[in-house]
Design a protein around this ligand. Structure first.
Ligand code: PMV
Length: 357
């Protein structure tokens, strides 16, 4: 048990407490793929925190007359009861209970919504777990003393237990999760902000192209598991850590020529792990490859520093500095949107993390 985050002497309350927090999604540049219990990453990862792809979560804590054994909660998402969300949340509450044992004294009513289009294929586990963790730690802060710094780390720590990548949605513009020797304060149990990055990267743009809005064939949970007996796992973890070492000075100096190949390699290596898992699977779609080819051709012919990354799905994240947003916007509209479902995309940019709303 991580002692730093054990709940301190708690002053229980008989009042109803109500709080609302929003959290953004994030996009990994150095990918996390492979973990061990309890949700410990097998390599360090690094991401841009986003601004527009957001989950807003409202939580009401109602004191119970008698405490229960497990956490009592209800969940409504975008106006509807969501029984299918319960197993994941039950697992989450079981994991966090040692760190927030006071939760068994309350009925916890959760109401949540996303700002990005429903079933867009944009993963909402990072934003939703970070927003929920922010509400839970806000409540803890009413019952006990917790420093501002510990509060953010604890939100990241709890969010990680719900979804690994959620640990990186708490602050911005760039977060690292997983112990890495080039980042002195990095940890496996929570994410830290990466400071001193060049201003070029603090307002980077990410246009998320919605290539395939269908349900993924293979979940991230299964994908992570398949890394346990993957023939290339050890090399992959080493390589991701090496990419992180390599990209840090690039982020500090603003070297786009160095940035682009690392980011694109990471995306393709992640998908290469999927294609070489046993059983193997492919999450990219033909249009994912069409878009990648168009980006390469455009970059080659114009010299405009635009590149792509992928998460565990078919959608493409088009990354570029704000300074070239105008011409890249024209390129996206004319050449990339035809490959998207109903020409849909989400224009996003680097952001600062969780916020009370
Ligand atoms: O947090 P999870 O379990 O959904 O895994 C996320 C994995 C990737 O999105 C593919 C990579 C990452 O680092 O975010």
């Amino acid at each position: 048990m991580e002692q730093r985050f054990a709940a301190q002497s708690i002053q229980q309350t008989t009042d109803v407490f109500h709080t609302r927090w929003q959290a953004p999604s994030n996009i990994a540049l150095i990918k996390y793929w492979g973990k061990k219990a309890p949700q410990i990453p097998l390599n360090a990862s690094l991401s841009f925190t986003l601004s527009n792809a957001i989950t807003q979560t409202e939580v009401r804590f109602l004191p119970l007359k008698t405490p229960t054994k497990t956490v009592t909660f209800s969940i409504r998402f975008e106006g509807e009861e969501k029984p299918e969300f319960r197993p994941k949340l039950e697992g989450f509450f079981t994991q966090i209970l040692p760190y927030q044992p006071f939760l068994i004294h309350y009925q916890i009513d959760i109401t949540s919504q996303n700002t990005f289009p429903h079933s867009s294929g944009i993963a909402s586990s990072a934003s939703s777990m970070a927003a929920l963790a922010a509400c839970l730690v806000d409540f803890e802060a009413q019952l006990s003393s917790i420093s501002a710094e510990d509060r953010l780390s604890k939100i990241s720590f709890l969010a990680r237990l719900g979804s690994g990548s959620a640990s990186r949605s708490v602050q911005g513009p760039m977060m690292a999760w997983g112990k890495h020797n080039a980042l002195a304060t990095s940890a496996d149990e929570w994410a830290i902000p990466v400071t001193d990055i060049h201003p070029l990267f603090t307002d980077f743009c990410d246009t998320i192209l919605l290539i395939d809005k269908g349900q993924k064939q293979v979940s991230s949970t299964l994908g992570h598991k398949l890394m346990h007996k993957h023939s290339y796992a050890a090399q992959r973890f080493e390589q991701a850590n090496a990419h992180l070492t390599e990209v840090l000075p690039i982020l500090r100096s603003g070297d786009l020529d160095g940035f682009i190949p690392i980011v694109e390699k990471e995306a393709l290596h992640l998908h290469a792990m999927m294609m070489t898992s046993d059983p193997y699977f492919i999450l990219m779609k033909p249009n994912t490859l069409q878009v990648i080819e168009c980006i390469w051709a455009y970059r080659k012919s114009t010299g405009v520093p635009v590149c792509f990354t992928l998460d565990a799905g078919a959608n493409v994240h088009v990354l570029y500095p704000k300074a070239v947003a105008k011409e890249v916007g024209v390129f996206i509209n004319s050449e990339l949107l035809p490959f998207c479902e109903n020409r849909q995309c989400v224009h996003d940019y680097v952001g600062t993390g969780i916020k009370k709303y």
